[in-house]
Structures are given as C-alpha cells and as structure tokens.
Design a protein around this ligand. Sequence first.
Ligand code: BGC
Length: 733
Amino acid sequence: MYRLTEEQKKRVSDLLSQMTLEEKIGQMNQISPSIVGGFDVSFPELIEMVGDGRISHDEFARIMNTVQRDYREDDIRAGRVGSMMIQDPVKMNELQKIAVEESRLGIPLISGLDVIHGFRSVYPIAIAEAGAFDTDLFERTAHMAAKESRTQGVAWHFAPMIDVARDSRWGRVSEGPGEDPYLASEFARAKIHGLQGDMSSHENYVAACTKHYVAYGACESGRDYNTTSMAKSQLHNVYLPPFKAAMEAGAATAMASFNDLNGVPCTVNAYTLRKILKETYGLKGFVVSDANAIRECVTHGIAQDDMDAGIQAAKAGLDMDMGTEIYSTYLPQAVAEHKVSMEVIDEAVERILSVKMWLGLFDHPYITEETMHRYDELPKAHTDLALEAARKSVVLLKNEGNILPLKKSQKISLVGTLADMKEEIIGAWAMSWQQKDCVTILDGLKNAGADVSYYPCGGPEGDLNLDEIAAAGNDGDVIVAVVGELVSMSGEAASKADITLSGRQREMLERLLSYKKPVVAVLMNGRPLALSWESENVPAIVEGWHLGIQMGNAIADILLGNYNPTGKLAASFPYVTGQCPLYYNHPSTGRPGSGSKFTSRYLDAPFEALYPFGYGLSYTAFEYSEMKVEENEDALEIHVKVANTGSVSGTETVQLYMQDVTASIVRPVKELKGFAKVALAAGETADVVLTLPKNKMGFYDDDMNYCLENGKFNIFVGGNSRECLKTQVDVEF
Ligand code: BGC
C-alpha cells in the first residue's frame, strides 16, 4: 500500500531541499509528445476526418504511427517536465534516460496512461464488470493490468474511474461502476488493492489515480462536461463515498474533474481538493488536473486568464497540470509576486516526488528488453482471467420459454455487423493494438463448435441488407442478433439524447422476428439502453456490454449453456430515454409513483425501471424465504434462506438493502448495504448471513456530520433491488 519508509521520506526531502524553483515547478508539469507534422492536413482536420468517416480508424492509426512528434528532450534535460503521457516503451526509456542521466538532479519521469479496463489483456468495461458483484475479481483484473502496464514503463494508471452515474445519456457511464455508492465504493477499494497492493516487486504495482474528482457523473442532462449542482449532503452521501473508500484503501493520486460543482470548477475547488480530499480523507499522494482543465477555467469564466487559472488551481491544491503548461509558464512569476506561496509549491512537489519514490522509479527507472516483450504473446493465465471476467459480467435480461441455453443441435443464424468486429468488443479507452487477441462473437461460437452461419445484415450505424436478413431468417433454427452500440457511441464526449437502439437495428429485429423462429438479442453497448420495444417483442435478451478480448468465447459459453449467467445490472435500464436520470435509490417523495394521477409518475411512460439495479436472470431459479434480523451491539445480522429451485446449478448474488424510514433529511427508498454470492446445486438451499454494521447505517448532513439516528429501518433482501423480502426493525445507536 501507499506508504513511504523513513529512508524514502528522507530521500524526498533531501532532494526537495536541492531543487530550484524552476525544477520544482517542472515536477508539476505533465506533457504529452506534441505532434509537429508529417501529414498533409492539419491535426484538427485529421481528427475531423476520422470522426466523420472520411478515413478509417486503421488509416488514422497508420498515420499516427508515422507522424513527427516533439518529445521535448531539452525541457526534460532542464528538469522542466515531471510526467509524460506516452505509450511507446522504447521511447519512454530514451526519455527516462535523459531525465535520470542528463538532468541536474536525475529525477525520473512518471509515465501515466488511461488503463481503464485492462492494458495488454482487456477486460469488460467497468459498468459491466461492476455487475459481477465480485470484489475479488475487481482486484485481480486491476492487478493484472498493473503488471502488464509496468512492463511497458507505465507506472501510473488514470484509473479507477469511480464516478457514480445515474443518467445513461452520459457516455461515460461505461467507464465507471454504475449508479450505487456502496457498489462503487467496493469497486474502488478492490481496484486500489489490485493496482497498488502487491509490492513484492516494483514490477507488480502502479499508482492508482481515482477519478474524476468529483461529481462528474452528475453532469446536468447527461451532457458531458456539463455543470453539476447539489446539496452538500448529496455530495457526501452519493458522489464522495467511492473516493473516501479509495483513500481509505490508500489510493496514491486523484484527478480533478472537468465539471464545476455548485459554481466552482473542480480544478480550482479548494473545498473538494484541500478540505475534503487532502485534509479530511488524507490523500497522501498528489492531485492531477484533467486534460487541459486548468486553461478551461478561463472558458468557465472563473479565471480571467491563464495565469489567474494557474494561481487558483495551485492554491486550491491541484498539484500537477495535465497538458496546458500553465504551471511551468506562469507559476515562477506568480511565486515571485507572492501570489502563490512557496509552501504550496513545496507541498505539491513533495507529494509528486513521494509517489515516484514509492513506485521505485528512482531505483528502477528503466524497463528491460525482457520486460518489454514479456507479454508479446498473452500467457494463458491472462486470457483465462479475461474470459472469467467476461463471463461473470454478462447479464441475462429475458429468457421467455427458456429459449436459452441453445441446444447443441440447433443451427444458428448469427446476425449483426457487431458480431464480427474485433475493434468493437473491447470498449472505450482500449488501445487498438489490443485487437490482435480479440475474439468476436462469431469466432467464439465457432470455437465452441456451434453450427453457425453468419449474415452481417446491419449494425448501429443504420445499414440494413434485406437479402441477408432473408437468408438469415430462412436458414437457422434460431436467430442470434447482435445489436447495440459501437465503441465510439459511449465513453468520453459521447452523450446521447436518445438511448434506444440506433440506426435501423429495431427494424432489423422486427424483420427477423417475422420468420417465426426463436430470436435472441445479444446486446453490445456501453450504457444502459431504453429497451421497451425489445423487451416486449424479443423473447430472449442477453446484455453483453463491451466485454473485452474474450467477449466472443464468453457469449458463446452463455448462449450454449457452458456457463450459467451470474451477472447483475450495476445501473437501471429505463423503458424510454425520458426517464433519465433513473436510479433505484432515489429519495422518498411525498407522493410515490403509482397508478393514481397525482403521484410522482409520467403520463406516457412507467416511473420505474424496465430492468432495475441488481437485476439479472439465471438458467435456474432462486427462492428467498425465512428472513430474520438479529441485532447485537455493533451490527444487524440478516439471515435468509436461498434455495435453487431449478434443475441446474447456479450462483446467486444475494443483495441487502436498507431504508431509514424517518430521518432528519429525506433518505432513499432503498440503499444497497451488502451482498454475498452463493453457489447452489440444483435443489440445494443455503442459509445466508449478511452483516450490516450499525455504524454504516447513517448518512451525512449538509455540514458533513455523519448522523446515526435512532428509529425504524426497513431491511430488504433479494436477488435484485425491486423484488425483495422485507422486514422492519427498531434500531438504537
Ligand atoms: C479524460 C480523462 C483522461 C484524460 C487523459 C481526459 O479527457 O477526461 O479521463 O484520464 O483525458 O487521457
């Protein structure tokens, strides 16, 4: 975990005492190699060309590999750069050599990168993996990503992304653990342990960067980078808990978010950065801005110019500038004019040097030829983990008439361009070179020996080939249609005002259904979709998300019954887009939605989710009974019997929810407070015990006090957030 030895601390302070102001500010400067030429059009136009499809992603990647870059060797040599964002291990070694051997004090660079859900092996996107409700898995995938990236010189991950997100119009719901603060906190803790926990060798751990701090997921109307505003109690009860959990687990760094929170951009927000993160949660490492965010404070209208933005950010506790070089340009003058104190600079630099020291970069600055090529071929343990994570993240949403699992004798017509696009299974932020190990759904079904014929027919972008649809409809005994979103439709800067299936995919399903054969829809997507038509008309629906390199094998295992689905939803699915933001744990209203007119409802859509948080079917069925609550001094112990009443073995995620019935501020109708996974053979019953510590039954008020108020609590246990057994207890704290 993140802790420096006394000797390391001394090395840091000795170094600090020898540094000039310019060298200190250099440590606060993170740059990326700038593109200086080598292609015929301007860089912004090139970006536009890939965006509007004038050139393919492959062509873009090819151009990018040949462009001329400025790696700023002179600045590194002069100690004016503390961190680089770079993915090329050979180049990184060269630059590191300049920093270590040619700069005055030999301080190594730290290389950071967006390793969001895997590095060499790509795992499911976070919203999918969170639905595995498996903290051990969360930790293992993070640890593998740490080991893989360290072989390439990447010692710092801009992850985990732990923004609670409740509006599926926001494209970045894909990157985080969903709508619930408890699950997001468990996810955060496990990811920090996985990334930072194994210090048996410097090759086994990286520094985590928890992001985006804070409340970025609450962007108004789901539009990326948009404003956020909320009561402090909501900030502390919903959006801060995952960050608190990450800090308790020892997260080394954090990234300030782009959004303004209650009128102050998080980049210059002294309340969130200094008071909460550093003083209250005790962040030991440092805070980096998001990309170019310091300059954006001028656009926000909170700073009059770049210098003012830099001064405000530094004073607020933002230690490293990502991308603008405002710190390196203006802080020397700001310090000379006493607009920023030397203490502020020293604090930032000490934090940055400490993280570098803890990572072992001073003693092991380079990567060797051996490590660089260690994972050229992925070891089996890595693909096995990717397969395990992918299988556990799949959610069975609907299975009318037990169409699934398919019988081995059934001939499959596989439909949808998404079924055979390697680049579309890995999800946002995965790098293109990772595609070589990708198994598409077509490949997966073939690998599993299924009798499958493939008809692309159409995809998310609106293409539809009627001849192929006719061929598919006439061919197989069953039709498996892969529908959903391209990777580019979720992630950063990918908000949508309509989250139904895009293009003509619904029409494609409609046409396929007309052949009167069983149709299974397999979804590939980065956000909850509005599926009211599909849920009514398509008999079986499998939520496959973007599952990473082993997606095809995992989906084949599920479709063919080699793996019984266990995944649950980490975010509610609406019937229609207009229900967003939608989340199960909303505050109680005075008029809870019902069939009556003057209640909290819509005239033209249900008020509840189509598929609620925690929901997911299995090929077997589970029954809950005999719930009882026992109280001891410190905790409630909730006992429940869970029976597998179906004919195959299966694993259930037993979920514990609570409602504080009457409190001094309005509390949610339900809040997740724990979960346990139970594997049960057909016909088997287990006694499951879940513990709810009493000191976790409170909430924060607007003054950041954690309140434990005596009174009635409803306790719920079930297989999803809607269908639960319920009992009421009186609790005194
Ligand atoms: C994103 C961050 C990311 C950073 C660096 C930003 O645009 O918001 O999540 O870590 O870029 O790539």
